[in-house]
Design a protein around this ligand. Structure first.
Ligand code: PRP
Length: 180
């Protein structure tokens, strides 16, 4: 969608070109770490679906599996509700494999904390986290993002999978919204 058609108050933060360059670089870093060791890359739905699908297509690992979890922490607003619900769990075994969780945003850290706790008993060889946006300054629970495409200290972003009340996920660029 052309920027002129978007509501006023949308400020472009990251262009598709810049996003692509960052995601490609992350994929390179991830490949350097794991090589061809068995790796399960897990997409946290819904927000990570665009980042995830770009990222896995840049990866060169020949022993890669993908899976999906559905977690929710936000209601329809812009702040975390604090409650994490699991709508869908992974289906493949994590036993003895490296696991890379792919999130769109790590904000308070509550969602990732809940997921990491859930995965702790599944005998993964390692458990790491990639996030499209790391809002490190907003952490309420200590969570380290191993691979972050971008950092933000404040603001509410939409596009490239990120929503506001379920809208704007399909925008190819990322925008900060100040009003709606
Ligand atoms: C968002 C985002 C993360 C979480 C981050 O999920 O995708 O999962 O919130 O917040 P936290 O670090 O404060 O826990 P949301 O519930 O909006 O679901 P969505 O992925 O379907 O948009």
């Amino acid at each position: 969608m052309a920027d002129a058609l978007l509501p006023t108050g949308f400020k472009q933060l990251f262009t598709p070109r810049r996003i692509s360059a960052r995601v490609r670089k992350l994929a390179k870093d991830i490949d350097s770490l794991y090589g061809n060791e068995p790796l399960v890359v897990i997409c946290v739905l819904k927000g990570a679906f665009v980042f995830f699908s770009d990222l896995v297509r840049f990866l060169r690992n020949k022993n890669l599996e993908v899976d999906f979890v559905r977690l929710s922490s936000y209601g329809d607003g812009t702040a975390s509700s604090g409650r994490i619900t699991v709508g869908k769990d992974v289906e493949i075994s994590l036993d003895g494999k490296h696991v890379l969780i792919v999130e769109d945003i790590v904000d308070s850290g509550r969602t990732m904390h809940a997921l990491l706790q859930r995965f702790a008993a599944r005998n993964a060889r390692s458990l790491r986290l990639a996030a499209f946006i790391d809002k490190r300054e907003r952490r309420e629970i200590e969570i380290n993002v191993d691979f972050a495409a971008f950092r933000m200290s404040s603001g509410f972003a939409v596009g490239y999978g990120l929503d506001y009340a379920e809208r704007w996920r399909a925008l190819p660029a990322v925008y900060e919204i100040t009003t709606e």
